[in-house]
Design a binder for this molecule. Structure first.
Ligand code: NAD
Length: 354
């Protein structure tokens, strides 16, 4: 349970992308804080399994919907958390138009919902808006170094557009908006095949396969455990601050060091294999969290060793459960298991329903 600003002064929240990795943890934390939750998700990159444990909760309502289509939520809403978007490089490179559309049309709809309900609105933006940064660490005042026509441009520009739109709704319509720039986050419910470094390394280490590190592995990342991130986001929501605000762990380590730590935490003897570096892969990444510290008093609390141990244990449990299900031939008719550990590539994911 994250360290929340309790009691949260919200009664009913809408979480778009609520069946995704971060969204599902947000839904859980909101329910724990006594807030009713309407979770809207198309299951494009998320899965109902991520929120299966919340289905019995009387305050939880899951609705399959594509936020880029017309969206109506009956009843009062006083908080909209707009988290719907493919987020991992593997996902947004396979889903470039969907990524741009959810950042553009999806954000129009989510903001329209907040305006109609007079609700507080929080946009999940990203450190990717800084691109391959030339300022280090990155403060919110840095405008970024983004290649709009490179492969990552679909994600980066989708979020930059969403930030501009959010700002325009604030200035034009007076909607009470906030923008959070999320830095790399990890934890339980990441998809093993989503292409992000930590779940990929864990999957490879647990399988005894080579752990594939891009380039020479000297590029850095700053990684935040999910419960810390969720606490920061909900504190921002409760604060009334407009952002943009960086939320992430300022502790920076090389990708090679991450791989070595994962191998050790998994008790594996996997070798490290150096592979080609993706186009426009950022060389460094570290949030300047001065604003979050001064406005919210927020700081990450979970150590890398502790967060990694919890995440490795979760993947281990999921793999064991999936193997057990397989052995008992209880796979679903589509050939995938009902477990959260989702090894599907995005192209095989459940398509959105209009
Ligand atoms: P995720 O892929 O696990 O979750 C995204 C969710 O959005 C999925 O459940 C997906 O099905 C849903 N979705 C996508 N398009 C939709 C649409 N059109 N309508 C309704 N639902 C839709 O990714 P995540 O890591 O949980 O990321 C959540 C948000 O946080 C994203 O907006 C992402 O850009 C942002 N973010 C995440 C990180 C991170 O480290 N995880 C870092 C920066 C920003």
């Amino acid at each position: 349970m994250p360290d929340l600003p309790l009691p949260l002064d919200f009664r009913r929240a809408v979480v778009t992308g609520g069946a995704g990795f971060l969204g599902s943890h947000l839904c859980e934390a909101l329910l724990d804080a006594g807030v009713e939750v309407v979770c809207l998700d198309s299951f494009l990159t998320g899965t109902p399994a991520n929120v299966a444990h919340l289905m019995e909760h009387p305050g939880f309502h899951l609705r399959r919907c594509d936020i880029t289509e017309y969206v109506h939520v009956p009843g009062p809403v006083d908080l909209v958390l707009h988290f719907a978007s493919p987020a991992s490089p593997v996902d947004y490179l396979k889903l470039p138009l969907e990524t741009l559309k959810v950042g553009a049309t999806g954000t129009w709809h989510a903001l329209g919902l907040a305006k109609e309900k007079q609700a507080r609105f929080v946009l999940a933006s990203t450190s990717e808006t800084y691109g391959d940064p030339q300022v280090h660490p990155q403060p919110e005042t840095y405008w970024g170094h983004v290649n709009p026509v490179g492969p990552r441009g679909v994600y980066d520009e989708s979020k930059r557009y969403a930030e501009a739109l959010t700002t325009a709704y604030r200035t034009t319509h007076g909607v009470d908006t906030a923008i959070v720039r999320i830095f790399n986050t990890y934890g339980p419910r990441m998809r093993a095949a989503d292409g992000r470094a930590i779940p990929t390394f864990i999957r490879q280490a647990l399988a005894g396969e080579p752990v594939t590190v891009a380039g020479d592995g000297e590029q850095t990342r700053s990684i935040c455990y999910v419960s810390d991130l969720v606490a920061g986001i909900l504190q921002l929501a409760a604060s009334g601050h407009s952002g943009p605000m960086n939320i992430g762990n300022p502790w920076e380590l090389s990708v090679k060091a991450i791989a070595q730590d994962v191998i050790a935490a998994a008790g594996s003897d996997s070798p490290i294999e150096f592979v080609g570096r993706p186009v426009d892969d950022p060389q460094v990444r570290r949030p300047d969290t001065t604003l979050a510290r001064s406005v919210l008093g927020w700081e990450p609390r979970v150590s890398w060793a502790d967060g990694l141990a919890r995440t490795v244990q979760w993947f281990r449990d999921e793999l064991a459960a999936a193997a057990q299900e397989e052995a008992h031939s209880s796979a679903t008719t589509s050939g995938t298991t009902s477990r959260t550990l989702d090894l599907r590539e995005p192209s095989e994911a459940v398509p959105p329903v209009a």
